[in-house]
Structures are given as structure tokens and as C-alpha cells.
Design a protein around this ligand. Structure first.
Ligand SMILES: Nc1nc2c(ncn2[C@@H]2O[C@H](COP(=O)(O)OP(=O)(O)O)[C@@H](O)[C@H]2O)c(=O)[nH]1
Ligand SMILES: [Mg+2]
Length: 447
């Protein structure tokens, strides 16, 4: 993907019928392309109205705005142009065809603009991840967290830690080069003890934020569990306000888990519908229908375990707790559905997927649980948002712990070097080639 000599272009907005579409061009030929299309290079960073023409025929393709960002003060660090045109499929298709025909220009690959920004040092790796998260954000809390990371907050924290570690390393290196006759073994590490303790506390704090940050990115997961026909799928559809899951009076209709993403008061909640749980007699082995149901139940058990919250949905007309899900009954949120047919039992929240009664209370309860799990203690979103960050921080902590146990200055220096490298991985300084391709593939074209 490191073909940086070419000039790339792509629509930066989703294709379809829209008021405005943005086409982005980046690379050494961006200026020539703008000159050919618009007959001029507009003033830098000023919106300029221009006719956009096919240079081959002179035909006017659209009347739009052109923005010119000469490198290095641009998103990618290269010469960049943005064409704001009418968001018609025909206009965009014509302009893309004209651009493709120009020498040295080609359509960008997914994430290629962001990749160039990263290669030019405009964004560190954590910021690139944040950009992907921001584009994917479905709720305000997710957008807030991504924006903080895009602003470089994680990178700044990492650089602060790295600078402290490099200072310690310099001390260790000095000890190797100019050993003092009077040194006692372990004296070096003893002198560093306060610095090690401070670093460890800071790392523990960051790692402590990880669970919340990762959960906010992925959504607070709620699994709907219960016997077949209790109305789990109906409830999910009702909460999603669309027909996501198949509803049927035939028991065992839902085999695969269906999930919908809800925004409950700004908090992302992923609601998972599951196959109904019921105790199956092992004597039924060999019945293919039951084998499928058995597999569905096995998957449900796994999902139930992994979810942040389990909601046990029972039929209010027959709220029996079967062996198959009795294990969840104690800690799950118990909901009695079909209260249009029978009143809810004691200790259960009564709802009706058919009439909608009780659903507002259920939504409020789910939002409260999500808020409790995701909300910030200090008023700021989590700095650590991905398993990748958390694992690197754990490696840093382990390397520092090892450094503290050394007596020889050489070994202290070596452990400190490993700690600094692990930090470097978070922002993409070291050992990230394998991560890069995966990450940029997360983007769609034009980003
Ligand atoms: N009267 C009534 N029927 C419901 C309600 N919720 C679901 N049902 C019906 O119960 C049957 C099973 O619903 P479904 O959502 O497929 O249950 P699941 O197996 O738990 O997913 C369907 O015939 C639904 O129409 C409800 O609140 N009231
Ligand atoms: Mg179902």
C-alpha cells in the first residue's frame, strides 16, 4: 500500500442521492487535476466557486466549490483538493471518470487517505483508530470518546510515560558507561524506586479505564434469554422499532443470534436475541431438528455468558423457570412478557411486546444499567479504547516490573527499552506493520 508517488482520489461522502458530495484528491498531481477541471488553482484554504469541466471535451459537468490545501498543511501532508459538488450519482460518476482518465491519478483504496496521513506523521496510530471509531460512532458517548482520542489524548499520555521511561533508561546507560566503584548491587534500582512506583500507578490507572473504553466502543451487550415462545424476538423487534428478528408461534424459530444496536439516552446498547432455552432429553439424539436446536442452545449459553447483562424473558401466562436457564434466574433482570394476557408475577417487570406497555420502563432500566457500566468517573471519556492498547500497556507494566527486580544496570536498561518499545506500539512507532493493514481495511473508501 506504500505507493505514495501516485495521486489518489475518491468520493469522501456516501454514494447516493444527496445535496452535496465531496470528492477528495491527494498527491503530487492534485494541483494539475484541479487546474484541468476548474481552469484555475483556487486560493489556499478558501472555498472557491468554480465550473467543473471535462478537460477532454470542455463540457461543463457541475458548478461546485473547490478547496485547495497545498501540502504539507493538509490532511495527508500532500497537496489535497476537495471538490464539493452536487450529490447526484451522475455528477459524481462523471467526475470520477474524468479524474481516472488523468495521468498519474487513480482511485484510492479503502483507508488510503488516512494511511498517507499516518505515514506523513499527521496522525499517530491511536488517532487513526479514533478516526475509524468516530466514523462508526452510533451514539453521543461513542463519538465523545473517539473525538478525545482523535485529539491526541492517548498519544500524549503515552508520550509522557515514554519520556519518563527514557529518562530512567539514560540513568541506567550512564551507570553502564561510568560505573562508580562504591556502587552497591541494586543501588541503581533503589534510587529509581519512586519513579517506578509513579509509572506503575499511572499504568494501572490507564489499564483500569480499558474495560469501560472497550465496552463503549462495542456497546453494552444485553442478551435476551428465556424459553421458546416467551416473546424474546417480539420484544427485540419492538425495542429496535423494526422487524429484525423472525417472530413465530412455532417454538425454536430463532436459531442464530440476531443483534440490534440501540441508542438509549446516548448510550450504545447491543441487544441480542437468542434461541430459546429448554431442557432437551438426550434420548432425542439423532433427530436432526433437535440437533439444530441443541446447537442453538449451546450458542445461546455462550452468548449469555459473554453478555454484560442477561434479561430473562418469561411468558406471564406461564412463568416457569426451566432447568435450562435456572442458572441465570438469580442474577438476570426478569421480565414477564404478554401482560396483555396475564399480570406479571412478583419481582418481575411486566411488559407486552404486543401492546407496548411497560417497554418505556424497560428501556429506562436498560439505559440506567448501560450508563452505570459505561459512564465516566472523572467526567472524561476513557483514554484506552481497544484491546490492542490494553495489551501493550500490560506489556509495559510487566517490563517495568522486571526492571525493578534486576541488579545489573545492563539488564535494567534492556527491560526499560522493552517497556518503551511496547508504548511505542500504541502510537505506531514500533512493531505495528501487521496492525496497519488490518486497521486501514476497517475504513471505507475515501477516508
Ligand atoms: N399476546 C401477546 N403475544 C405475544 C407477545 N409477545 C409475543 N407474542 C406472541 O408469542 C409468540 C412467540 O413470540 P416470539 O417473539 O417468536 O417468541 P420467542 O420464541 O421468545 O422469540 C408469537 O406468536 C408472538 O406474536 C405479547 O406481549 N402479547
Ligand atoms: Mg425468537
Amino acid at each position: 500500500m506504500a505507493d505514495s508517488g501516485s495521486t489518489i482520489f475518491a468520493p469522501a461522502t456516501a454514494v447516493g442521492k444527496a445535496g452535496v458530495a465531496v470528492i477528495r484528491i491527494s498527491g503530487p498531481q492534485a494541483g494539475a487535476a484541479v487546474q484541468l477541471l476548474c481552469g484555475q488553482i483556487p486560493r489556499a484554504r478558501m472555498a472557491t466557486r468554480a465550473d467543473l469541466r471535462d478537460p477532454a471535451t470542455g463540457e461543463r459537468l457541475d458548478d461546485g466549490l473547490v478547496l485547495w490545501f497545498p501540502g504539507p498543511k493538509s490532511f495527508t501532508g500532500e497537496d489535497v483538493a476537495e471538490l464539493q459538488v452536487h450529490g447526484a450519482r451522475a455528477v459524481v460518476a462523471d467526475l470520477l471518470a474524468v479524474l481516472a482518465a488523468l495521468p498519474g491519478l487513480r482511485l484510492a483504496k479503502p483507508g488510503e487517505f488516512a494511511r498517507r496521513a499516518f505515514d506523513a506523521g499527521k496522525l499517530d496510530l491511536a488517532q487513526v483508530e479514533a478516526l475509524a471509531d468516530l466514523i462508526a460512532a452510533e451514539t453521543r458517548a461513542q463519538a465523545r470518546q473517539a473525538l478525545r482520542q482523535l485529539g491526541g489524548a492517548l498519544g500524549a499520555a503515552v508520550e509522557g510515560l515514554r519520556a519518563q521511561i527514557l529518562r530512567l533508561r539514560a540513568q541506567a546507560e550512564a551507570e553502564i558507561d561510568f560505573p562508580d566503584e562504591g556502587d552497591v548491587p541494586g543501588g541503581l534500582v533503589a534510587a529509581m524506586a519512586p519513579a517506578f512506583a509513579a509509572l506503575d500507578a499511572e499504568l494501572a490507572d490507564l489499564i483500569g479505564q480499558a474495560a469501560r473504553g472497550e465496552r463503549l466502543r462495542n456497546g453494552y451487550t444485553v442478551a435476551l434469554l428465556g424459553p421458546p415462545n416467551a416473546g424474546k424476538s417480539s420484544l427485540l423487534n419492538r425495542l429496535a422499532r423494526r422487524e429484525a428478528a423472525i417472530v413465530s408461534s412455532m417454538a425454536g424459530t430463532t436459531r442464530d443470534a440476531i443483534e440490534v444496536h440501540l441508542d438509549l439516552g446516548g448510550w450504545p446498547v447491543t441487544l441480542i436475541d437468542t434461541a430459546g432455552l429448554r431442557a432437551l432429553a438426550s434420548a432425542d439424539d439423532g433427530d436432526p431438528q433437535l440437533a439444530i436446536e441443541r446447537e442453538g442452545i449451546r450458542r445461546t449459553q455462550l452468548l449469555a455468558k459473554a453478555a454484560d447483562l442477561r434479561v430473562l424473558v418469561l411468558d406471564a401466562t406461564a412463568p416457569v423457570i426451566d432447568d435450562a436457564f435456572s442458572a441465570y434466574a438469580a442474577e438476570a433482570l426478569v421480565v414477564h412478557n404478554k401482560i396483555d394476557l396475564a399480570p406479571a408475577g412478583r419481582g418481575a417487570l411486566g411488559v407486552s411486546a404486543t401492546t407496548g406497555s411497560g417497554l418505556a420502563a424497560l428501556e429506562t432500566l436498560l439505559a440506567q444499567k448501560a450508563a452505570a457500566a459505561l459512564s465516566e468517573e472523572d467526567g472524561l471519556p476513557s483514554l484506552v479504547t481497544r484491546a490492542r492498547h490494553r495489551e501493550a500497556l500490560e506489556d509495559v507494566r510487566a517490563a517495568l516490573l522486571q526492571a525493578r527486580a534486576q541488579t545489573a544496570a545492563e539488564l535494567v536498561a534492556e527491560d526499560l527499552r522493552r517497556a518503551a518499545d511496547a508504548l511505542g506500539r500504541i502510537v505506531g512507532r514500533t512493531g505495528v506493520e501487521d496492525v496497519l493493514d488490518l486497521l486501514f481495511a476497517e475504513f471505507c473508501i475515501g477516508k
